[in-house]
Design a protein. Structure first.
Length: 115
């Protein structure tokens, strides 16, 4: 789902897509947003959800995941957030290869790793 958010930019500006997120929660995603606008929207959503106590802060998630990856020789490059999936994607590099760790923002559990 994290990669899929950019698909919506290819749709018409007035189009709305209703998606079922994890746990059956429904969210509405406005199409026609630039990736930068979507990123700002996602950041605001992450902040609101964290303040409401519905998910962990980015620093809590980083404190759980980054040290494990660094012990394995990876360098942390940074995060991104997907409000639809309610997940953080942490980006790492090791020996010239980029990898991603997707983390559920509500629980802090790793939900996917790509190498």
């Amino acid at each position: 789902m994290i990669k899929g958010r950019f698909l919506f930019a290819a749709m018409g500006a007035a189009a709305l897509t209703v998606m079922l997120g994890a746990g059956g929660a429904t969210s509405v995603v406005a199409a026609g947003l630039t990736p930068q606008e979507q990123s700002l929207s996602d950041q605001g959503t992450a902040r609101r959800e964290m303040r409401a106590g519905n998910q962990l802060s980015l620093s809590e998630i980083e404190n759980r995941i980054v040290p494990r990856m660094q012990r394995g020789g990876s360098e942390y490059l940074g995060p991104s957030y997907d409000s639809t999936a309610r997940a953080y994607r942490l980006k790492f590099i090791r020996e010239g290869r980029v990898s991603y760790v997707d983390v559920d923002a509500r629980t802090g559990r790793i939900i996917n790793r790509s190498r």
